[in-house]
Write a protein that binds this ligand. Structure first.
Ligand SMILES: Cc1ncc(COP(=O)(O)O)c(C=O)c1O
Length: 396
């Protein structure tokens, strides 16, 4: 339906947020139980959550941390990355991927993305390697895995460490194997909008026990193994600080929430996939629209549903669609503003601009639509009505 100005109008009585976490009574009871126990910080629930995540992802070691941002930084530190080192990463990511490198004192080197899967392009990675390159951070954007196997092969040829940023991709898989055990380490986010949530929280997985022990140690002020129990009934006051670390561990209330969410992870992903398939079917034939890619080797976690709109075909491009969604009380977003566009990094990032044509093009066209497990079928149909209505009116 169009309003008197010729704009798409569907008269929703409530707004549809871009994302709403699905937290129910089971999560509330689990957290309440922890609060009643009196143990409010790092403790048995965090350990149980780490083990449960390791089993779910089928990886030997999983260390829960305060956030993915903390985990990215901590992992680079544990890898020994520091001043004089270069770390390659895509510009199409969240700022935390970059600041992890900068706060270690290393030099970030931005490389272009592969528009088919939105992750780091292996060829662009290879071109960016210098003798100073010590690590690479492939990002699995939107829930679709990047070409991680090729990246690992190239990294292996140059002795480069691979730390995957899988903030969006809990449950995603490559050739049937879940992300979490491909690189030297993988970092997930459990922020409120992610595939599963602990409110704020993250996880580092690795097959390397030594690395996991180091991460564990550094995440808790470098205090020795049992120091966390020192206020428990079996604890004792003496502990030793054996490394100078950080306060980056998760707490038991968050872990209790995470344990329930973990049990719902497959169902969440199935519902997100169902919604994404409905969107794909509805938008497939619209001119000037590129649907999200899905490689036959990949299992998409569908954290985000990103459409790309060609502004030469669609009047106003993605900004026009965002205006129409907002006018109809439907949330949307853009993932992401490239790193080198942010004022705090624009000056340093400028040297990479000529290397990032795919990133610039994608950024000018991308819009993320609402996608979360609790979306009603009627919400999905409302999004479809506004998107198809808006684009039909705007097609040149
Ligand atoms: C790609 C990416 N990396 C890292 C992060 C940081 O995650 P967290 O909020 O858990 O620190 C985010 C968060 O949005 C992200 O999107």
């Amino acid at each position: 339906m169009a309003d008197s100005n010729g704009n798409i109008f569907i008269n929703r009585d409530q707004s549809l947020p871009f994302f709403k976490p699905d937290v129910g009574e089971e999560e509330i009871s689990a957290v309440a139980e922890v609060l009643r126990s009196g143990w409010l910080t790092y403790g048995p629930k965090v350990r149980e959550f780490g083990q449960a995540c390791a089993e779910y992802l089928d990886v030997p070691c999983a260390v829960p941390v305060a956030s993915c941002s903390a985990g990215l930084f901590l992992t680079l530190k544990a890898m020994g990355i520091g001043p004089g080192d270069e770390v390659i990463l895509p510009s199409m990511t969240f700022i935390a991927t970059l600041t992890a490198v900068i706060h270690c004192g290393a030099r970030p080197v931005l490389a272009d993305m592969d528009p088919d899967n939105l992750g780091l392009d292996p060829e662009a990675f290879a071109r960016a390697i210098t003798p100073r390159t010590k690590a690479v951070i492939p990002v699995h954007l939107a829930g679709h895995p990047c070409r991680i196997k090729e990246i690992i092969t190239i990294a292996g040829q140059h002795g480069i460490k691979v730390m995957e940023d899988a903030a969006h991709s809990f449950g995603a898989a490559v050739d049937g194997t879940r992300i979490g055990g491909f690189g030297d380490a993988t970092v997930f986010s459990f922020y409120a909008t992610k595939c599963i949530t602990t409110g704020d929280g993250g996880l580092v997985t690795t097959a390397n026990q030594e690395m996991a022990d180091k991460l564990q140690l550094l995440s808790f002020h470098g205090m020795d193994g049992n120091a966390w129990q020192r206020y428990g009934d079996k604890g004792r006051w003496y502990y030793e600080v054996v490394a100078l670390g950080y306060k980056f561990h998760l707490g038991d209330p968050a872990a209790a929430l995470g344990l329930v969410q973990l049990g719902r992870s497959d169902a969440f992903m199935a519902r997100r996939t169902e919604v994404a398939m409905r969107f794909n079917a509805a938008f497939a034939d619209l001119p000037g629209v590129t649907l999200p890619g899905q490689a036959d080797w990949a299992t998409h976690a569908w954290h985000l549903y990103v459409l790309r709109l060609d502004p030469d075909v669609i009047d106003g491009g993605r900004d026009g669609l965002i205006e129409d969604l907002t006018a109809n009380r439907i949330g949307s977003s853009v993932h992401f503003i490239p790193l080198h566009h942010h004022p705090a990094y624009r000056k340093e990032g400028a040297e990479f601009i000529s290397q990032l044509p795919e990133t610039e093009k994608y950024y000018s066209q991308a819009v993320s639509l609402p996608l979360f497990p609790g979306m009603l079928d009627s919400d999905v149909e409302d999004v479809i009505e506004v998107v198809t209505g808006s684009l039909k009116l705007r097609t040149r």
